[in-house]
Design a protein around this ligand. Structure first.
Ligand code: PMP
Length: 352
């Protein structure tokens, strides 16, 4: 397959002249800066947030690249992974003309981004065991299909997609294949970031919101060819990550070992939660999980959901989602939270 990004981008994006910020035009660190209409003194609270931050977050990318085994120029950082999701749609899909392919049940933002951008979606459901239905996906792709979205481990089912199916799409589809790996830190398989140099049409999304415990900072990662990262940089808002966010992330990147330990703890809790849930008669099925949550089928999901809300335990009702009949999605909590959940569900089993 020969992949040509210029054929995938919307023509006006290809030719776009991006906004050039003050920090784009002069990148030196020393000097008297009278170029960005900033407040020269300080912030109102006496702190020093008065200068615009690095628009490309190079200090972070230099530190993150070796952690992820990629080059700094293959990284785009966004305000959550929801930002690159939207930018990818806007860069490639002409509204009402181009299409994207989704495999429900999957993460809801792909559809929402399609709807915001008025981009029609082709849906090819996963198989009942939540795998890519490759025999149906490949023929469903049409010439104006620009992106195929794959979520692995998938939300809400929790499982990894088979690598061979992903590879087949990468080699046979001439558009962009996004592999959203928001939950990959909890999985046993390596990330697709290691395949970036093999597949020019591969985009990998990851996030600091899950394993790293930084959801509130809103930090998403997008890994792709240098050519595509340059395009995302062209169309993003100039200073999309605040200086405070950049500083906090730079510090957090020193804690890779702590992140690994958190993942271990969450995985141990996931298995303990699974074992305990499995003993409850009201639980019909617990699906395999490579993520930090479990998809659990109940006899009467709505009743369980309402009961848990009354008990101030909030889980996600996925029972109306395709292939997820009767299912609730339960995030793995702390040991104490999980104990309370199990105790509460046991009481439901008794009173029901
Ligand atoms: N991808 C998937 C599969 C998710 O489940 C989520 C959030 N639940 C995201 C992306 C968005 O993550 P972020 O916090 O980085 O926007």
């Amino acid at each position: 397959m020969t992949f040509d990004l210029t054929k995938i981008l919307r023509p006006h994006i290809l030719n776009l002249v991006p906004y050039s910020s003050a920090r784009d035009e002069y990148t030196g660190k020393e000097g008297i800066f009278l170029d960005a209409n900033e407040n020269p003194y300080q912030s109102v609270n006496g702190q020093h947030w008065n200068r615009y931050p690095d628009p490309y977050q190079w200090a972070i990318k230099e530190k993150l690249a070796p952690i992820k085994g990629v080059r700094p120029t293959q990284i785009f950082l966004g305000n959550g992974s929801d930002e690159p999701i939207d930018l990818l749609v806007r860069a490639t899909c002409t509204p009402r003309v181009d299409t994207m392919l989704l495999m429900p049940p999957t993460y809801g933002m792909y559809q929402v981004s399609a709807d915001i951008n008025d981009v029609p979606v082709i849906k090819v459901p996963l198989t009942p065991d939540f795998q890519i239905d490759i025999e149906k996906v490949l023929p469903a792709i049409v010439p104006n299909t620009k992106i195929v979205w794959i979520c692995s481990p998938n939300n809400p089912s929790g499982n990894l997609m088979q690598r061979e199916a992903i590879r087949k799409i990468l080699t046979q589809f001439q558009g962009i294949v996004v592999v959203d790996e928001a939950y990959v830190d909890f999985a046993d398989e390596p990330s697709f970031t290691q395949e970036l140099d093999n597949y020019p049409n591969l985009v990998v999304l990851q996030t600091f919101s899950k394993a790293w415990g930084l959801a509130s900072l809103r930090l998403g990662m997008c890994f792709a060819s240098e050519e595509l990262i340059k395009v995302l940089n062209k169309i993003k808002p100039p200073y999309n990550l605040s200086g405070a966010t950049q500083q906090l992330l730079l510090e957090a990147l020193d804690y890779v070992k702590a992140k690994d330990q958190l993942v271990k703890d969450i995985l141990a809790e996931r298995e303990r939660l699974r074992t305990n849930l499995a003993t409850l008669p009201l639980v019909k099925r617990i699906y395999a999980s490579d993520a930090n949550f479990l998809l659990v089928a109940f006899d009467d999901a709505s009743a369980v959901m309402q009961y848990l809300i009354d008990e101030k335990i909030i889980v996600r009702d996925r029972s109306k989602v395709i292939l997820c009949d009767g299912c609730l999605r339960i995030s793995v909590g702390t040991a104490e939270e999980n104990n309370t959940l199990i105790k509460t569900l046991k009481a439901f089993a008794v009173t029901a």
